[in-house]
Design a protein around this ligand. Structure first.
Ligand code: SF4
Ligand code: SF4
Length: 487
């Protein structure tokens, strides 16, 4: 029936209108077809079952490398300083031999834009793999689940333990688990804080109980944030708090690689013996064992179709492949695939949206590299004497007073030569050569004087130049200012 078919009788209610024109498919979310039982209802505790397989090994190895980087990075030293330090109190970010200052805000903006486009590109290409493989929330949740398994046992044992009344075994296991979680959270918080405050001092201060009240507060906050997010909230963060989960669907298209269930092959699902000919029984390859749901960290049933809760972790792929192997069926009933491939259509891996993101990514990376290469690690602030714009000195010359602030943004002590151009025969009173320590500001008061006959107007534009002369370098900057005559 067509919506604009004049021969059709008009629906009386809104619900009737929807049912008349839009085909509705009832899906039983979190359900099992055989038992009809709901596996997980929203808000239920999810007992994630352990699974092994190719994607889980890949994820664990990536997580291990990622976690090792997180732990080791703030301990690394370079040229006598912490290699990676985002020092907020000193307003400078150090990345090996690069120190970024508030003056480098454009560079930081480039980093953020590049990160965003990288995420768009990856999401369009392979969906939410960031969530499944690299997101700290997922990595820490899996680490916390690992502690849980070691102390409380398998998913079934954990479920049983939670149902038990309070007893000695339960108290011991729960206490041990929460202590392990809290200690690990504290270590995470200390490592995280070490990216923003010198790591070695921080650890000495913590272990000698000599931290400032502010640092103690920061550590307490991040300890409980880690404990709460990875221990208690887990998938709730992904489902209800993460903004990326909400907008990622805007980047998806029918050629995006995601985890999906091949319903053509799997349905109709149902139990059968290993030796039975399921095709003759009118069954598809899905044996409805529910294993794909039991291993899912967000507790969803991928057989219900693509859902925003899916973090593309591949746990259900490994679980189902294991089942297929046992049943002697082809693997890949649940697999990383695209909607087009599932529908039997041609897959377009190189499509305009992806190419667009790719081209933008290359352009932005090039611009970022150019910006870093051409960056001059030197800055000059010129402050004029506000009390008196110009004065006449004892020679009858016109004198202007300035304060020059020279910021050495590099990691070495440098000597700079200073000069001025714009007015002929100007006299410079003050130092014209200064040595500025690494990452410090040198404040230099100077004055310029000139014969009034050299001045053609009340105000003349002048240019200060600061040039690095030792150690040999190419750092040179120019800054405009003005020279005023007397009224
Ligand atoms: S793991 Fe595979 S066979 Fe078992 S219910 Fe899930 S899709 Fe079906
Ligand atoms: S549905 Fe599969 S891929 Fe998606 S989150 Fe669950 S286990 Fe991971």
């Amino acid at each position: 029936m067509r919506a604009n078919d004049p021969s059709s009788s008009a629906p009386k209610t809104k619900k009737a209108a929807v049912e008349q024109y839009i085909p509705i498919k009832n899906v039983k979310i979190h359900g099992n077809k055989n038992t009809g039982k709901e596996r997980y209802k929203p808000g239920d505790q999810i007992y994630v079952r352990k699974v092994s397989g190719f994607f889980q090994k890949l994820r664990q190895r990536m997580n291990l490398v990622y976690f090792a980087f997180f732990l080791i990075l703030p301990w690394l030293q370079f040229n006598g300083h912490q290699a990676v330090l985002f020092d907020i109190s000193e307003q400078r970010f150090t990345l090996w031999n690069l120190t970024l200052w508030p003056q480098d805000l454009t560079l930081l903006a480039w980093f953020s834009i590049l990160g965003a486009f990288l995420l768009f590109f990856v999401t369009t290409f392979v969906g939410r793999v960031w969530c499944g493989y690299m997101c700290p929330q997922t990595v820490w949740t899996f680490i916390f689940i690992w502690f849980e398994e070691k102390i409380e046992g398998t998913a079934n044992q954990r479920r049983k333990l939670d149902k038990q009344a309070l007893n000695r075994n339960k108290v011991i296991r729960k206490t041990l688990k929460h202590c392990a979680w809290l200690l690990f959270s504290l270590y995470t918080a200390m490592t995280f804080a070490g990216y923003f405050s010198p790591m070695q001092d921080l650890f000495i201060d913590v272990f000698t109980l000599d931290t400032s009240v502010m640092m103690a507060g920061i550590l307490a906050f991040f300890t409980f944030a880690t404990y709460g997010n990875a221990g208690w909230m887990r998938e709730t963060v992904c489902l209800h708090m993460c903004p990326y989960a909400r907008f990622q669907s805007a980047m998806f298209d029918k050629d995006t690689v995601t985890v999906a269930y091949d319903s053509k092959r799997g349905e109709s699902r149902g139990a059968r013996g290993r030796k039975q000919d399921h095709k003759a029984m009118g069954l598809g390859d899905c044996i409805d064992c529910n294993l794909c749901v039991e291993v899912c960290p967000t507790g969803i049933d991928i057989r219900n179709g693509l859902q925003y809760e899916c973090i593309n972790c591949g746990a259900c792929v490994d679980a189902c492949d294991g089942v297929m192997d046992k049943m002697d069926y082809e693997p890949g009933l649940i697999r990383y695939t695209t909607e087009h491939e599932l529908q039997g259509n041609k897959v377009h891996l190189l499509r305009s949206k992806l190419v667009g993101y790719g081209v933008l990514l290359v352009i932005m990376s090039t611009m970022l590299v150019l910006e870093i290469v051409n960056r001059v690690p030197l800055s000059l602030d010129i402050i004029r004497d506000r009390t008196e714009l110009a004065k006449e000195n004892f020679n009858g010359d016109i004198e202007n007073v300035f304060t020059l602030k020279i910021l050495n943004m590099s990691q070495t002590d440098n000597t700079y030569k200073l000069s001025m151009k714009g007015i002929e025969n100007t006299q410079w009173h003050g130092k014209q050569e200064v040595t500025v320590k690494a990452a410090t500001v040198y404040t230099l008061p100077i004055s310029l004087s000139v014969d009034p006959y050299e001045l053609e107007s009340f105000m003349t534009n002048i240019t200060f130049t600061v040039e690095q002369i030792a150690p040999e370098g190419e750092a040179k900057i120019e800054q405009e200012s003005r020279f005023f005559n007397k009224h």
